[in-house]
Each structure stands twice: as C-alpha cells, then as structure tokens.
Design a protein around this ligand. Structure first.
Ligand code: UD1
Ligand code: MG
Length: 447
C-alpha cells in the first residue's frame, strides 16, 4: 500500500530575517523542502502534498518546478502542526494507505531512516514517531515511553519537571494510516489562547483507544531544523563536509577538500582530480579521470572522462565536454558541445555552439551568439583550426578541417577545408617608426 507524504511548509520563519519563505532558503543549491522531499523518494510515495502558507505562491512555484505532480494544501492561518496536517485531509479523501508527515525545514533525515519507520509500521505499530536522543533537549517535544511503547508526546512548554528531564525527543516526523491520522486529528483540541493545534496530541489519543505507538530513533544530526541564518550556515557546512567525505570515499582526489563546494546533485567519477577552490553549482557530472583545475566554476555541465578544465574556467549550463577535451584558463562555455579531444585553451567565450572532434580554438575566440534579441548557433566541424581572436558571428558554420585567420570577423560560412580570412591586409611603411619617435623625442627635449 502506498505512503502519502504531507510536507509542512507553511511556517513564517521570522527568525531567518528574510523576505524569502523559510523553506526556500537553500542548502547546496536546493531549497530546504526539496532535501526533505528527496529523502522521502525512498518510500516511493503516492501523493505528495505540500502544506503552504507564508509565501505560498513562491513555494508552490518552486515545488512545481521540481515535481509537477505535487499537490498543495493551503493553511491560511498557522494554527499549529496538527492544524496544518488537517488542511491536507481533503486531498487524501478515500486515499487509504499510510501518511507520513515531514517538516519542510528539516533537510537531513536520511532515506534509510524513513524506510525503517515504514518497516515499523509494517510490523504492526499504528503510529510511528521518529525520535532522537538530544544532547540538549531544549524546546523539543519529549517522548514519554512505557517500555517499548510510546504513550504520549509532551511539548516542552507543557512538560512537568520529570517529563522535561526526558532526553528522547520528537523530530516531528510521524507516520500512521491516513484514515487513522485524520480521524484522530479531528479530536485534537487547541492548547492555548492562540488556538494552537498540536500534531503530537494524536499519540495520546491513539493510546487511549488501545492503538499502539512506537518510536524509531535516528541520529540527532539528521533532525537539525533550520530556524535561523546560523542554522542555515551550519547545515550548509554539515552538507559540504559529508559531500567531500563521500567524494573521497568514492575515489575522487580532492587536493584541498575544505575549499571545494558541492551542490546537492554533483556526481564525480572515480579517479577524477579536483584541485583547490572549485565550485560545483547545480547539475554537474564529472566522469572518471577528469581533472578540474583550481578556481573553476561549473554549473549544468557534463565533463567527459579524461578532460581537463581550468584553472579559472567557467562552465555554464548546457556545456557537454566529450572525453579528453580541454577547456583552459579564462574560458567560458554555455550551451556548448565540445567534441572529443577538442581544445579551447585560453580566454574564449564559446556559447550556443558545437565544436567538433579534434578542433582547436585559438586564444581570444568569441562566438558572437547574441544580436541583442535572439541567440544564434555556431557550428564548428571536426579538426578545424580557429585562429586566435576570431569573432564568429552566429549563425555561422565552419566546415570540417577548415581554418580561420587570426583576428578575423567571420560572418559567412567557411566551407570544408577552406580558409576564412576577414581582416585588413597589412602594409609596412619603411622607416616610419624610427622617424616618428625621433620627432617626438626632439619635441620633448625642447620642453
Ligand atoms: C515541533 C513539534 C515538537 C518537535 C519539534 C521538532 C508539534 C506540536 N511540536 O515543534 O514536538 O520536537 O517540532 O523540531 O508538532 N508548520 C506549519 N503550520 C503551522 C505550524 C507549523 O506548516 O501552523 C510547519 C512549520 O513550517 C515547520 C513545522 O511545521 O516546518 C514545525 O513547526 P514548528 O513551529 O517549528 O514546531 P516546533 O514548535 O518546533
Ligand atoms: Mg521548529
């Protein structure tokens, strides 16, 4: 039977000091809520429902760009986690199966942790709560247990002295049969003058009916919730440390691990070498044995096996390097397919272009892809030689084994095997330079 997800993301996040809704702040290039959703993919969820409130339009747009099938429930007033889950009830009418509640601001819960919760459900617990042993229980809800059974969850504000001393805390993640959860929630009463409904109350209501509740525990590090910019910075650091360690364990050489920044989806093959100060933005794959030299920035790029990038290179989205290609210093590529063994070694911009196998692009070459309104394509064949400082005014095609003369502005296609030259012919004026400087120096000597 399928498990439906209810991801709570309506909260204001006022402690972030930000105009952006809290769950849209990013760790490793992905919004907080996307990390939680990605972990939950392990459950092969049925419906995915995001409960939105603060900044709803922006959260909806971001979630839809990740997954078109996400459904949204609106919580116009933030009356607590219980109230938030109730907003998803109409979308789950007649859905059956299980429901798992996750928080959009808790990005590090591991897929295997959610899987062990599903196993605990399958082995008979009516409600499964994810708990952890807190080094400082602070403001977390406390899990009150009786042997292996969870009897209730007490919020820190309402806890007795004995309950406050409990260090087994509530992460917020909870799983139950959809119907049971929604039915129990209809009996939850508001706790305070603010009319706050606690999701956590379902545990005591369930045990009073003779249902069973169980705790599955995870490492405290997984339950880190983001409430402030400090939390966000700490979470980013935790993510980066883990990503570096994973890359190293997978056989990647990081010459200065602390200076390499990964995105949530960076994939690097075995025996790749990453030099210091390299930034991987979203969507980068680096194949085996490639080398990324120092101070390079890559985004939306695929680097083929044995290729060398940088130092100081910028690969922008749509860059596809075949095997053994070379992109050198101060080169920018965008939406560019670079053929096997092709070289763009110095100071060039290659955008909206295809560069064939074995082609060499001279220093300072620019594909002039933009006319101010439209972008145009440049097609460069195989084993072509583009002379230094060529301006390729797109749309333009350079045939296989053709060449362009240094300093040319190429506005017309160059057929296969031909030379395209477009520059003024050189004229030498005998003795001119010497006479010219003599004149100037004489003028200077006079004062
Ligand atoms: C909650 C738990 C607490 C647990 C802690 C873990 C309850 C009553 N308490 O407390 O036991 O130890 O998380 O971090 O569940 N949200 C909404 N709408 C609302 C209120 C909250 O969508 O009306 C969302 C928030 O955006 C957030 C999540 O629910 O993602 C948790 O809300 P928060 O106010 O942080 O709950 P805590 O007080 O931390
Ligand atoms: Mg919280």
């Amino acid at each position: 039977m399928s498990t439906h997800l209810i991801l709570l993301a309506a909260g204001e996040g006022s402690r972030m000091q930000s105009d952006l809704p809290k769950v849209l702040h990013e760790i490793a290039g992905a919004p907080l809520f996307a990390h939680a959703l990605a972990s939950a993919q392990a459950l092969e969820p049925g419906k995915r429902i995001v409960v939105v409130g603060h900044g709803a339009d922006a959260v909806i747009a971001a979630a839809q760009s990740l997954d078109e099938d996400i459904a949204f429930a609106h919580q116009t007033k933030q009356l607590g986690t219980g109230h938030a889950v109730v907003q998803a009830a109409p979308l789950l009418e007649g859905a059956g199966g299980d429901a798992m509640v996750l928080f959009g601001d808790t990005p590090f819960i591991k897929p295997e942790t959610l899987t062990s919760m599903a196993e605990a459900r399958a082995s008979g617990a009516d409600i499964v709560v994810l708990g952890f042993h807190a080094t400082d229980p602070g403001r977390y809800g406390r899990l009150v247990t009786d042997g292996a059974r969870l009897t209730k969850i007490v919020e820190w504000k309402d806890a007795s002295e004995d309950e406050c001393a409990i260090t087994l805390c509530n992460s917020g993640v909870l799983m139950a049969a959809t119907k049971t959860l929604m039915r129990l929630l209809t009996s939850v009463q508001p706790h305070n003058a603010a009319g706050e409904y606690y999701l956590t109350d379902v545990v005591e209501l369930a045990t009073a009916e003779g249902l069973t509740a169980k705790v599955v525990t995870c490492d405290e590090a997984e339950t880190l919730g983001i409430n402030t910019r400090e939390d966000l910075a700490q979470a980013e650091a935790i993510f980066q440390d883990a990503a570096r360690a994973e890359a190293i364990a997978n056989g990647v050489t990081l010459q200065a691990p602390d200076t390499v920044i990964f995105a949530h989806d960076t994939a690097i093959g075995r025996d790749a070498i990453i030099e210091p100060n390299v930034v991987f933005a979203n969507g980068v794959t680096v194949e085996s044995g490639a080398r990324i030299r120092a101070f390079s920035h890559l985004e939306g790029a695929h680097v083929g096996a044995g290729s060398v990038v940088g130092p100081y290179a910028r690969l922008r989205p749509g860059t596809e390097l075949s095997n053994d290609a070379k992109i050198g210093n101060f080169v920018e590529t965008k939406n560019a397919v670079i053929g096997e063994g092709a070289k763009v070694n110095h100071l060039s911009y290659i955008g909206d272009a295809t560069v064939g196998e074995g082609t060499k692009i001279g220093a300072g070459t620019i594909t002039c892809n933009y006319d101010g309104v439209f972008k145009h394509h440049t097609e460069i064949g195989e084993r072509v030689f583009i002379g230094s400082n060529t301006m390729l005014v797109a749309p333009v095609t350079i045939g296989d084994e053709a060449m362009t003369a240094t300093g040319s502005i190429i506005t017309k296609d160059v057929p296969e095997g031909d030379l395209g030259v477009s520059r003024a012919r050189q004229e030498n004026k005998p003795g001119f330079a010497r006479k010219f400087f003599e004149k100037l120096r004489a003028a200077k000597a006079k004062g």
